[in-house]
Design a protein around this ligand. Sequence first.
Ligand SMILES: [Zn+2]
Length: 393
Amino acid sequence: MASRMTVKSKSLVIKNGKVLLASGELVEKNLLLENGRIAKIGAANRAAVELDAAGAYVLPGLIDIHTHGIGYESSNGSLKAYAEKEAARGTTTFYPTLFGPPEVSAGHMRRHIEETDNLRALPQIGGFRLESPYLGRTGAGISTDLAPISKATTNMLMKAGGGKIKIWDFSPELSGAIATIASLSRAGMVCSLAHTRCTIAQARQAVEAGARLVTHLFDTFEIPPTTDPGVYPAGLVDYLLIEDRVACEIIPDGTHVDPLHVEKTFRCKPADRLVFVTDSNFGAGLPSGDYVLPQGWGRVRINGSNNGVRLIDRKMALAGSAMTPIDGLRNAVRLFGRDMAAASRLCSKNAAGLLGLNKGEIAADRDADLVILDSNLDVLHTIVAGKVIYSRG
Ligand SMILES: [Zn+2]
């Protein structure tokens, strides 16, 4: 009788790549992946399947905790098609983010749960994120996307999410926000301060209640008014920059947030409390050109990944980011001058830490979620749970 123990078909060796180790060093090593985990980092591993990564970088797979869509796919459509597009951009974990009236978001979650066997069919998906409805201001959304906080709405959304809502956005100034943040945080959800005009005292209350994230810092936040020309005012952003308990998201395209503010954020936040997100939607990742996008987006122009998606019929107003996760990693290195270890923290490890995932660094027993990049930082392979889910060409 053949022993099950000898079957090595679930193993993969990645050979000769420049591996980013948890120490931050980039070292030429072989990696043995077994049963969905990183089994061994070393020289002489063998497996049934080998992947030659000579000359390439082997990094933790990219994690995007704030994304609404990519190309022609979105969290309102097919998650399977969305996940395939994300795989081509190096994404090994993402949180499809819903923005819309509560009943509509609930409907999408119910459908996704059913279509994907409670998300089990798509290991790239970490869970859902709800950006609406509990916001004090819409940002790029519309007023019907918002709702007052109520137990009935919260319970309806929780039920529709089937236990898979992992991140939930709140404006702390809304009635009931602090109590709801406290109870959801106790239940293990990451609550994020978002789209808010709250006072610093209200934000601090939300953090005391358990909020641990800030949604796209700077974007949708207000510049504090000057009350006396001799006094420089402090605002909510200033508090959030020095509040070490919260991680801050940034959309790192250099357009949504001026690079000077990004640099300031690097200097203020602890190294593990800054998370790059795309906040991508329809159009992200498409080559430069003019497009007609679905669901009322209309005619848009895309000019590279850093210039956003622009609405042609509305005087080229910014409709969303054109970035995908790999663009964020490239910008960390090229636009913001970070080394590979820091870039990987921003695009992978810090998000994993926030969500409590066994991911985000290359170390024994971590999940085998990896991205292999050529010397130009273009994606060659994307690997999830030890399986190659994308290869270029
Ligand atoms: Zn968003």
